[in-house]
Design a protein around this ligand. Sequence first.
Ligand code: ATP
Ligand code: MG
Ligand code: MG
Length: 352
Amino acid sequence: GSTIGIVGGGQLGRMLAMAAARLSYKTIILEPAADCPAAQVANRQIVAAYDDPAALDELAQASDVVTYEFENVPLPAGERLAAHGSLFPPARALEVAQDRLTEKQFLNGIGIDTAEFVAVDDDAGLAAALERFGGSGILKTRRLGYDGKGQRLFRNAEAADAVGTYANMGSVPLILEALVPFEREISVIAGRGQDGAIVAFDPAGNVHRDGILRTSTVPAHVSAYVVEAAKAIAGQILEALDYVGVIGVEFFALADGTLKVNEIAPRVHNSGHWTEAACVLSQFELHIRAIAGQALGSTARHSDCLMENLIGDDVLRVPDLLAEPDTLVHLYGKAESRPGRKMGHATRLKRG
Ligand code: ATP
Ligand code: MG
Ligand code: MG
């Protein structure tokens, strides 16, 4: 059999390793934390920093193909892995997705609509950008934000409100996005094979709380037209990046039936966890099949469902969830629960 290298050892790496094992692939993870979720499942771990050149070379040499479970793999590390042979998704996907400005410019450049945006590099730039958007917008760090971290909402703001904000946000490059008056949020998990074949799961309807995904519901409450439009946009992104593997595309769905892309994640995605319970194959297996050069298989859904993240003390509900007949519980093997920490998820099938 062959060996799949995975950069990152969080729950996404763990679930990728599980899917790989089902198809008899061995996995090696590169992860500095020895007690990470993926360590309990992978065949081997290289305990080193993600940008350690010797560790990257070792990972590439021991693997037939290398992938990653998070989009903030340092770009030089991605390029070093790619130079050894097969890195899927390609390093270009990292480059585009790591910076919200580059990401939006890429999307707009291939004709995909996003929120309006202005790059912000000081308080004066913020004041000007706020004025342009009528005093409201979401200010975000361009890099390294997740679960709503590194964001600040402005409503009815005036120039004076900009004072000190740049320093408060860490004196790093920022972007102000116009507030999108969305009706709902949806996401598409799509995959592209080495032969260029593209498949997509039906969109999920996503609800966030405190910036963190709480639930994904499938089908999402959008029209058949919007379902097809969202899948088509995901496919367009995959082609433009000459992508191989699974991608998550987050959308704002507006009341007039139009879509704007919020952001893309060049990896398996939290809003796709429902696929393991409600579909013929999961997003994790789809990713493994794609990067291993196998047939992609079917994204058909056999049940409607609702996936709920188990965050912090939500794990205390696990015994009750396990007692439900149509609920699949998936835990990440994290010893301690902390507020805001993703401990697992539960998918309730809606049947009958
Ligand atoms: P993730 O954990 O999904 O990577 P993130 O930290 O990258 O999250 P975003 O997806 O950019 O954050 O934003 C988090 C949430 O904030 C969105 O899902 C949406 O609910 C809201 N939001 C973000 N940008 C906008 C916008 N321009 N207009 C309206 N709402 C927004
Ligand atoms: Mg994000
Ligand atoms: Mg997001």
